[in-house]
Write a protein that binds this ligand. Structure first.
Ligand SMILES: [Zn+2]
Length: 257
């Protein structure tokens, strides 16, 4: 019989599923193993055993065992590092955090390690938890996640003819091609969305700026609308669906306006 090996990782809960009488299957995003599925035995019978560690977007140190470094892991132990209480106390923040988690889940596959993506989730949940909740945060998360997943949109020059951003008057974003286009190249692309240069410049700044300085970038109303539209349509095009949490978030934000 193959022996089970014991591993340790830092992990966020992406989602959970009830299993059998008393167990729960938990999907984590970990620093060392990427996306990982494990069974938390007895999690529904005894709340004490895993405490808050297997609630959505909790961050914990998990100890698990599995055979041959693959297959369903058995979660042996979880120690909560951050439960994000301030996020959980605020409906809008909770949904925004759920959106980040849903995006991470959709853009990752099991067993593929990406420590930078793990750090991105950690940094941005930290930003929401520390009180920053403007809409810009969601756009910068989307942009950075796209980049780390290999889908970075081309925003610096026309995707087709290479005309630089500053040398073109009207620009468009093409969700099909994942980049901006000048007016000439956008003519035959019915999917292309008009966008202002100011919006693209803000996104380019938000893509690179240090996390501690991110709150300095404040979008105009027009830029908020445009950036949400172009990144949203690009993500929808890649995933082929709308994400539930984003729809709920948009509804709540409209109600609060
Ligand atoms: Zn062009």
């Amino acid at each position: 019989m193959t022996k089970r090996s014991i591993y340790k990782a830092c992990a966020f809960v992406l989602h959970t599923l009830d299993y059998g009488e008393s167990d729960r299957i938990v999907t984590f995003y970990t620093d060392e193993f990427g996306k990982l599925k494990g069974i938390a035995k007895g999690a529904r019978r005894s709340r004490k055993r895993f405490a808050n560690a297997i609630d959505l977007f909790s961050c914990s140190t998990i100890t698990f065992s599995r055979k041959n470094n693959q297959g369903l892991a058995i979660i042996e132990n979880c120690d909560v590092i951050n439960y994000y209480s301030k996020i959980r106390a605020d409906l809008e923040k909770s949904i925004l955090a759920s959106y980040f988690i849903e995006l991470t889940d959709n853009f990752t596959v099991e067993g593929k390690k990406n420590p930078q993506l793990f750090q991105l989730v950690r940094d941005f949940l930290g930003l929401i938890d520390s009180g920053n909740n403007p809409e810009e945060i969601a756009r910068f998360f989307e942009l950075r996640l796209l980049k780390l997943s290999g889908y970075e949109p081309a925003l610096e020059r026309c995707h087709v003819c290479n005309t630089p951003l500053d040398k073109t008057e009207d620009i468009f974003f093409s969700p099909l091609d994942g980049g901006i286009k000048c007016v000439k190249c956008a003519q035959n692309d019915v999917s292309s969305i008009p966008v202002s240069i100011g919006t693209i410049k803000m996104l380019l700044m938000g893509k690179e700026i240090e996390i501690s300085k991110i709150h300095r970038l404040v979008f105009s109303k027009q830029s908020l609308k445009e950036s949400s539209e172009i990144l949203g349509s690009f993500i929808r095009h890649i995933l082929g669906k709308n994400l539930n949490s984003l729809q709920v978030l948009n509804k709540i934000r409209k109600m609060n306006m």
